[in-house]
Design a protein around this ligand. Structure first.
Ligand code: SAM
Ligand code: SF4
Length: 475
């Protein structure tokens, strides 16, 4: 499905900032959201058409509780038809929290004298990764503050180190990155280390609001950050993730910003972001922010449902910043990836003695402290299919090519079988008895759903191979 670019006040061109705040406000303020129009837009989305900014505004402006329910139900249906019942699991690993910037919402900001600064050395990184592997993790996102020490070469070295750590059947098969934006050359350097997605969150797409939170350092430059993923694309890194820190500005504007950014990347590079993240501001060390733009749970779940409808083929990530009860609810509206067993204090996967979160050692407070196995267990209970799949990027199915694959049939040929195989590995290597039993029941059920597919006999064969000890089989 090709995306037809819309006409914007600032036309899309590579490396050119593309946000016109007046245009976004104009669309939001003039779009009328009648019952009929909302239903029309939901059905458009269900036919998997990418929504225009005006259509997104129709959903944003809907405030009748019944219509909001319809939006959420639409998102549920769309998620089920595109992604099925899979949910991909990963864990963050903070490598270093030194930071030269001063983002007022972040515990790592340079002016925070209470922050306990640390950069893991090689030995510590290895031990952290071994601990993560012992839990069954296969996919990591490495996180860094913005500091001269965390150069592209340093990031690339830590990525290579992460891939090299093997313990038992444990190994890391995909390393994503969340770090400061790089120059084109820097993006090339980290791409060569074999990274998956490079995430840069714009935090807010409103330039004036942005200025008030980013007081100094490189991150104070709104447009440099806005065009960072253009630089990634120019470097050949086509697997990128965007995000907004909800709570900094009016959520309605920032949802439009995320869609505008997606449109920009699609118009310029023929490929949208691989993932969208939507962190909400959480408590952090010595944090003193107003609550003017605080996003309620209701608005938060509504905006996630709207994003699902607006960009049907983009992965959506919901992290352990949010409490378990809310994650369980929101997953249904279109989330495709969650973290599990998350710890964000530097070195905390190895240091298991201290259970209390210490905000001076982490970036913010996490609110879902369930272990990876607890999360897997609960997903299985709901008949969902936990997945550690890392196949696409290893098979070169990223970027424009990935978009071509994102059509009906793709899930049945690749995603479901790979989810089944990676869950089978997890059950064999790491699951306690009750999870083991439940997990195989879910696998059997999902294998039966693929009975009429060409892949079915090969899948059965591979499951048997995994039972006999083979690992890392994928389609
Ligand atoms: N230092 C890099 C940067 O700023 O791009 C890496 C990102 S930071 C370690 C990861 C993300 O955490 C930020 O982009 C921001 O959206 C989010 N974040 C920062 N402070 C937060 C808070 N108090 N609550 C929730 N999320 C926060
Ligand atoms: Fe540094 Fe990133 Fe935190 Fe800003 S959000 S203070 S750049 S770690």
């Amino acid at each position: 499905m090709k995306f037809t670019p819309e006409k914007y006040a600032i036309p899309d061109a590579p490396m050119v900032p593309f946000i016109d705040p007046e245009e976004i406000w104009e669309i939001l303020n003039t779009t009328v959201s009648t019952k009929e129009r909302v239903k029309e837009v939901i059905s458009l989305a269900l036919s998997k058409k990418r929504l225009s900014l005006e259509e997104v505004a129709v959903l944003i402006n809907a405030d009748d509780p019944e219509l909001i329910e319809e939006i959420k139900n639409g998102a549920k249906t769309l998620k089920n038809t595109i992604y099925g019942n899979r949910i991909v699991l990963f864990a963050p690993l903070y490598i270093g929290n030194k930071c030269a910037n001063n983002c007022t919402y972040c515990g790592f900001r340079a002016s925070n004298k209470d922050a306990q600064r640390k950069t893991l050395n090689d030995e510590e990184i290895i031990r952290e990764i071994e601990a993560l592997e012992d839990n069954g993790q296969k996919r990591l996102i490495l996180v860094y503050g913005e500091h001269a020490q965390y150069s592209p070469e340093y990031i690339a070295e830590t990525v290579r180190l992460a891939y090299s750590v093997k313990k038992g059947n444990g190994e890391i098969r995909r390393v994503n990155i969340n770090a400061a934006p790089l120059e084109i050359e820097g993006f090339r350097t980290v791409k060569d280390a074999g990274i998956g997605t490079f995430q840069v969150f714009q935090e807010t797409y409103n330039p004036d609001a942005y200025k008030t939170y980013h007081l100094r350092g490189k991150k104070a430059d709104f447009n440099y950050r806005l065009t960072s993923l253009d630089r990634a694309q120019e470097a050949g890194l086509d697997d990128v993730g965007i995000g907004v820190l909800f709570g900094l500005y009016d959520w309605r504007f920032d949802v439009m910003g995320l869609v505008r950014h997606t449109n920009h990347l699609e118009a310029c590079y023929n490929v949208g972001p691989h993932t969208i993240s939507f962190p909400r501001i959480k408590d952090a060390s010595t944090l003193d922010l107003g609550t003017k733009y605080f996003v309620s749970d209701e608005d938060f779940s509504k905006l996630i449902a709207i994003l699902r409808l607006a960009v049907p083929y983009t992965g959506m990530i919901l992290t352990a910043r949010e409490p378990a009860y809310l994650r369980d609810e929101i997953i249904q509206y279109g989330v495709s990836q969650i973290d599990g067993g998350t710890k964000i204090e530097l070195g905390s996967y190895t240091n298991t003695l201290n259970h209390e979160q210490n905000l001076n050692k982490g970036q913010f407070r996490i609110n879902d402290e369930r272990s990876l196995n607890e999360i897997i267990d609960e997903l299985l209970e709901k008949d969902m299919l936990p997945s550690f799949c890392t196949s696409c990027y290893r098979m070169g199915r990223t970027g424009e090519h990935f978009m071509e694959f994102s059509v009906p049939g793709f899930i049945k040929r690749f995603c479901s079988p790979n989810a089944i195989l990676t869950l089978a590995e997890y059950l064999m290597d790491y699951a306690p008895e009750h999870t083991f039993k439940k997990g195989w029941e879910v696998i059997d059920k999902n294998v039966r759903l693929l009975e009429n597919e060409k892949i079915h006999p090969v899948l059965l064969e591979r499951i048997e191979m995994i039972k006999k000890g083979e690992r890392d089989l994928y389609f």
